[in-house]
Write a protein that binds this ligand. Structure first.
Ligand SMILES: [Zn+2]
Length: 333
């Protein structure tokens, strides 16, 4: 893993604040990095951890001392990472055994560095007993350890945990920053800009979109939108069958694209074209306006939202779900 402040995209204010705390040796013993998924919280936590463990006198992490080398090869004996685990059929969570094992480890004298650093990834997935156990450690730290909690669901953390941690908020990245991250990963610049516009400031989300076959699902959603208003029952059954066969995850993504396209139509209705999710489809979207009155677009967006909800919350058959969805779109007229 690359460990340098330069490898973190955006978040200049946070980076400067953390570096100042480092220089003054004033890093709090418990920090909470929170904000949307995919914006660089975990990477920043890893860089801060490397800096706290690095033994170099100047700029930290230096990148070449034994501590930095151990961080890079993910073998640092004083760096402890906790992440949610799934066990059997139960949902992923951080369990008390994981917290206890960490507590035993961090109570010992550090091996390579002057202190230990614990990174709790997706800290909001701690179950209550684990959280209460961690709370005791945060209240009475037994060793020289710094705790960095990372969470995109701050509201799911216990108030008592929140009150013990110094918060560092991570806002969404700009579309340009997300696009730059995609280009770094080898995505063509033109496609990177389109995906960045869809990713709500999350580089992680943009990478996921790029990995899901790029824009094929989005273009498919657009092709169905172009069929509206649906009148031909044969088309409804055919599309219902086809979309129902997509699989749960791609279907969820398809519905999300469909809703974003409808939202773009509403933006065009309000006269603003600068804030489109899909600026590359503007001409095609604008040509739909004469066929789809604004009121119908609103209703279609609500229907799409309800369908997304049903897909996630219930065990409904995908084909039946999509047939019902398309039939509701037919009744728009
Ligand atoms: Zn170093």
């Amino acid at each position: 893993m690359e460990i340098s402040w330069e490898s973190i995209l955006g978040h200049q204010v946070n980076k400067e604040r953390l570096q100042q705390l480092l220089v003054g040796d004033r890093v709090p013993h418990a920090l909470l990095f929170c904000g949307p998924e995919g914006t660089g919280k975990r990477l920043t936590a890893e860089v801060l951890a490397a800096a706290l463990l690095c033994a170099a006198p100047g700029q930290r992490p230096c990148g070449h001392c034994p501590s930095c080398q151990a961080m890079r090869s993910e073998t640092h004996p004083d760096f402890y990472r906790i992440a949610p685990e799934s066990r059997g059929k139960s949902a992923r969570s951080i369990r008390i055994e994981q917290i206890r094992a960490m507590e035993t480890e961090t109570a010992r004298v550090p091996i390579l560095s002057a202190r230990r650093v614990v990174l709790l990834d997706e800290a909001d997935l701690m179950n209550e007993t684990a959280a209460n156990s961690l709370l005791k450690t945060l209240e009475e730290p037994s060793g020289q350890a710094v705790f960095i909690l990372v969470s995109s669901m701050r509201s799911s953390l216990l108030d008592t945990i929140l009150s013990r941690c110094t918060p560092v908020m991570f806002g969404p990245l700009s579309a340009d920053e997300v696009a730059a991250a995609l280009v770094q990963q080898g995505v063509a610049a033109e496609q990177a800009l389109v995906l960045a516009a869809l990713a709500d400031g999350s580089a992680g989300r943009a990478m996921q979109l790029a990995g899901d076959g790029g824009l094929a699902l989005r273009d498919d959603a657009m092709s169905v939108l172009q069929l509206l208003p649906l009148t031909d029952m044969a088309v409804i059954w055919e599309q219902g069958k086809r979309l129902g066969a997509l699989g749960r995850e791609p279907l969820a993504q398809w519905l999300r694209y469909f809703r974003m396209l409808l939202r773009d139509l509403l933006v065009l209705y309000s006269g603003g074209s600068g804030r489109l999710y899909h600026p590359d489809l503007m001409t095609g979207l604008a040509s739909l306006l004469p066929h789809l009155p604004e009121r119908q677009v609103f209703v279609a967006a609500a229907i799409t939202g309800e369908t997304e909800h049903r897909l996630v919350r219930s065990n409904v058959n995908n084909r039946l779900l999509m047939e019902a969805f398309l039939l509701q779109l037919r009744d728009l007229q």
